[in-house]
Design a protein around this ligand. Structure first.
Ligand SMILES: C[S@@+](CC[C@H](N)C(=O)[O-])C[C@H]1O[C@@H](n2cnc3c(N)ncnc32)[C@H](O)[C@@H]1O
Length: 242
């Protein structure tokens, strides 16, 4: 997990999912775990319960992609925290294929009635705000299109703030370019990074408002900078188009 090189995934199944950007990183050092948040309803459910209630049309593609991730990064028997996990389409496969322990969190209250009916199982599903700190530490922080993260990235890229516009103008930077001083990931994500164990992984997928890192010349530098501030290194980034 110490490599810094950018490598392609061994086969192309992820490419079947449109406009997905996958980023995987390793954490260099350890800091303390978060403390418990409150007002969160916690359920212990079978990992496939939600996914079976609304079957994803690309479930097989997702399964194969998750299988590749598990093999590539040896994500087996690990503690995983997933933010904004929705119907746990990816998370269930992480549990089932990798025998991982999963804590998933989402603030979508519509999911709660479905969880209430779920048979007891090994996946911990929390209905609550991912902004809150959670107890424990994790080996993998998994984020697949967390809404606040996607919206923020989209706004920075397409509708920059007055301050960003002024600064770009002042530094002679193309107004359409990603500003290097803006970390690509939302602080919600970076807060939970603190609960990662030494050598742990942060995996972020963006498919709602993906941006093209080939166009945004400073995007990778901004990402590396943000990670370095959290004592992490970028392992890989993949950009997929349909
Ligand atoms: C685009 S969906 C992604 C769902 C799932 N990860 C997937 O890939 O199918 C975005 C998810 O982020 C969740 N979300 C938005 N804000 C959140 C917050 N503050 N805390 C927890 N979840 C949040 C939404 O409820 C929604 O399920």
């Amino acid at each position: 997990m110490g490599a810094r090189t950018l490598l392609p995934l061994p086969s192309g199944n992820l490419a079947a999912i449109p406009a997905m950007l996958l980023i995987a990183m390793s954490r260099a050092t350890m800091t303390s775990a978060g403390v418990c948040g409150n007002n969160m309803a916690t359920y212990y459910v079978q990992p496939d319960w939600l996914a079976q209630r609304a079957i994803h049309p690309k479930d097989e593609t997702i399964r194969v992609a998750i299988e590749q991730l598990i093999e590539r990064y040896d994500i087996k028997n690990r503690n995983i925290l997933s933010l904004g996990s929705g119907f746990a389409y990816e998370e269930r496969h992480l549990v089932e294929l990798g025998k991982n322990r999963m804590t998933a969190i989402d603030n979508n209250k519509d999911i709660e009635p479905i969880l209430r009916k779920a048979p007891t199982g090994e996946m911990i599903y929390i209905i609550g705000d991912a902004r809150k700190k959670l107890p424990g530490s994790f080996d993998v922080l998994y984020v697949s299109s967390l809404l606040p993260d996607e919206v923020r990235r989209h706004q920075i890229a397409s509708n920059p703030s007055w301050l960003d516009r002024k600064a770009k103008h002042g530094f002679g930077i193309d107004p359409d370019q990603w500003p290097i001083w803006r970390g690509p990931f939302h602080r919600i994500i970076m807060r939970h990074v603190r609960a990662l164990n030494r050598g742990g992984l942060l995996i972020v997928q963006s498919y709602a408002y993906s941006l093209d890192p080939h166009f945004h010349k400073h995007y990778l530098s901004a990402l590396r900078l943000q990670l370095r501030l959290h004592r992490m290194v970028l392992l890989e980034i993949h950009s997929f188009v349909q």
